[in-house]
Design a protein around this ligand. Structure first.
Ligand SMILES: Cc1cc2nc3c(=O)[nH]c(=O)nc-3n(C[C@H](O)[C@H](O)[C@H](O)COP(=O)(O)O)c2cc1C
Length: 213
């Protein structure tokens, strides 16, 4: 079953969901498969469909994957905490502390996530020097399609990356690293409530250039 969302609502409310992921509600395999079938329809280089998706639902593996994320983000979180503490008392500090706290809670919750999706590309199709955007330009669109399809079904996702820890993750879930590289690590769970709002974004003139930069 899908939510009653217009295309514009879907595109503007597919947020990074961290606090409202319902880790106690299982996600049906059939629903994940629907999202993956929609992901397959994404634009891709020469219709080569150069992607693989690892779906992690095994409880033990989920906990291990969460551990990799926690190790990968430990330094970042520590910096966020220190930056928040360095601010003078007031609304800005409160907001920074809340953001930090939210990310800590999210990180701790990952061990109980119903599923992780790991979109991957075959690195042999990438020159590795940034001159062949084909595989990456393909897998990223497929993964975003997955996230949109998930949102339409009441699921929340977050695009996360653990780049320097890819080999650790690869070992846990059997990805033949470095022949196959990971584009993202996407936790998936039903959301608590399905109403989300568009995120704050600056006006078009700050990033759109008509005819010339
Ligand atoms: C390349 C990339 C890497 C990201 N890495 C992380 C991450 O490691 N952890 C996380 O919680 N969110 C991560 N995000 C999610 C962003 O924080 C989020 O998309 C952005 O802040 C916009 O927030 P919104 O969806 O609430 O508007 C990442 C997003 C992208 C596109």
């Amino acid at each position: 079953m899908t939510l009653d969302l217009t295309p514009d609502e879907l595109l503007s409310t597919t947020r990074a969901v961290r606090r409202r992921l319902d880790v106690d509600r299982p996600v049906e395999r059939a629903v994940l498969e629907q999202c993956l079938r929609l992901a397959q329809q994404a634009p891709n280089s020469r219709n080569s469909q150069p992607w693989h998706f690892v779906v992690v639902t095994d409880r033990d593996q989920v906990a291990q994957v969460a551990g990799v994320y926690q190790r990968a983000k430990a330094g970042f979180l520590e910096r966020q905490r220190a930056e928040a503490e360095a601010l003078p008392a007031g609304p800005e500090r409160d907001a920074a502390s809340a953001t930090y706290q939210g990310r800590v809670e999210f990180s701790e919750k990952l061990a109980r996530m119903p599923a992780f999706i790991v979109p991957c590309v075959d690195a042999s199709t990438d020159a590795g020097d940034g001159t062949t955007p084909g595989p990456w330009g393909s897998v990223i669109q497929a993964a975003w399609s997955f996230m949109l399809a998930a949102r339409a079904r009441g699921l929340g996702t977050v695009w996360t990356t653990i780049t320097p820890f890819q080999s650790e993750l690869a070992e846990i879930i059997g990805i033949p690293h470095p022949d196959v590289l990971q584009a993202a690590l996407i936790p998936v769970a039903y959301t608590k409530g399905t109403k989300f709002l568009p995120g704050p974004r600056p006006p078009l003139e700050t990033f759109v250039h008509w005819d010339r930069w």
